[in-house]
Design a binder for this molecule. Structure first.
Ligand code: FE
Ligand code: FE
Ligand code: ZN
Length: 277
């Protein structure tokens, strides 16, 4: 089954997001747990969560993906910023447990001149403080484009983080098509090779979600600027191969393209028309 959705504004709550998703032809969605620039999250409304679960069950929504704020940097130089990242993620996971068994994606962090090695150690230490045995949420590390000092620019860096986390059965990876193409993984001309490499370095069983974005920049640009599907350097033929690839086709796909709701509806319809049942 094709599981496709897009990033939605979380301002009106879970039921509203689910209704919006259905209205644009989606059967999943991504949302920010709080303002993407950081700050306090709205308190969880348990009545809203209950209605969301009912609506989701009636409408075939089985997966949702939360995205951590961009300001969360688990490997910041400043200890205060690292502590903020820790408290934010602990609170986010508490919120995620109201929708058990779902996924929470974050950008591993930026090491800012400390070097990737130090960054990897700090991110793993952060995760070791967040994850607990009863947690039902899967935390996803996002593949990054490698702009600035981003950690997670290669499959090896993600593997190094996973290896240092004790309860790493709670960890997965979210592959962003724009980021990996910008990061030097050729998903246009060598999708099989990229996925073989992912499997060899990380293991395809860790791959839990796809951010499906075209890129404004050419292969290996290390830029991270998303483009509408078919409007960038990845192109529609590559996306048709991506959504139908045997290793990917059962995963949930999330658009983070520069669109309003009508644009997302059109991209979802386009991708559905390319998906081979
Ligand atoms: Fe992201
Ligand atoms: Fe992304
Ligand atoms: Zn991005």
């Amino acid at each position: 089954m094709f599981t496709i959705g897009c990033h939605l504004s979380a301002s009106k709550g879970y039921l509203d997001m689910a209704k919006t998703a259905v209205s644009i032809g989606a059967n999943t969605f991504q949302f920010f747990t709080r303002n993407p620039r950081g700050g306090k999250a709205k308190p969880i409304d348990e009545a809203d969560i209950k209605k969301f679960h009912e609506f989701a069950a009636e409408n075939g929504i089985t997966k949702i993906l939360a995205h951590a704020p961009y300001t969360l940097n688990a490997c910041a130089v400043d200890e205060g910023i690292r502590e903020f990242a820790l408290n934010t993620m602990i609170d986010d996971i508490k919120r995620m447990e109201y929708t058990p068994g779902q996924m929470y994606n974050f950008h591993p962090g930026s090491h800012v001149k400390q070097g990737a090695e130090v960054g990897i150690e700090l991110i793993a230490a952060h995760l070791n403080k967040v994850i607990y045995p009863e947690m039902t949420t899967t935390i996803l590390l996002e593949t990054m484009a490698g702009k600035g000092s981003e950690v997670g620019r290669s499959f090896e860096e993600l593997r190094a983080i996973i290896d240092r986390v004790e309860l790493n059965e709670k960890l997965g990876v979210c592959l962003d098509t724009c980021h990996v193409n910008d990061g030097g993984y050729d998903v246009v001309n060598n999708l099989d090779g990229v996925l073989e490499e992912f499997d060899r370095v990380i293991g395809l069983d860790r791959l839990k979600a796809i951010h499906i974005n075209d890129s404004k920049n050419p292969f290996s640009a290390h830029k991270d600027r998303h483009e509408k599907i078919g409007g960038g350097y990845i192109g529609i033929e590559a996306f048709e191969r991506i959504i139908n690839h045997p290793a990917l086709r059962e995963l949930p796909f999330y658009l983070e393209t520069p669109n309003e709701l009508d644009g997302y509806a059109a991209e979802i319809a386009l991708l559905k028309s390319l998906y081979k049942d």
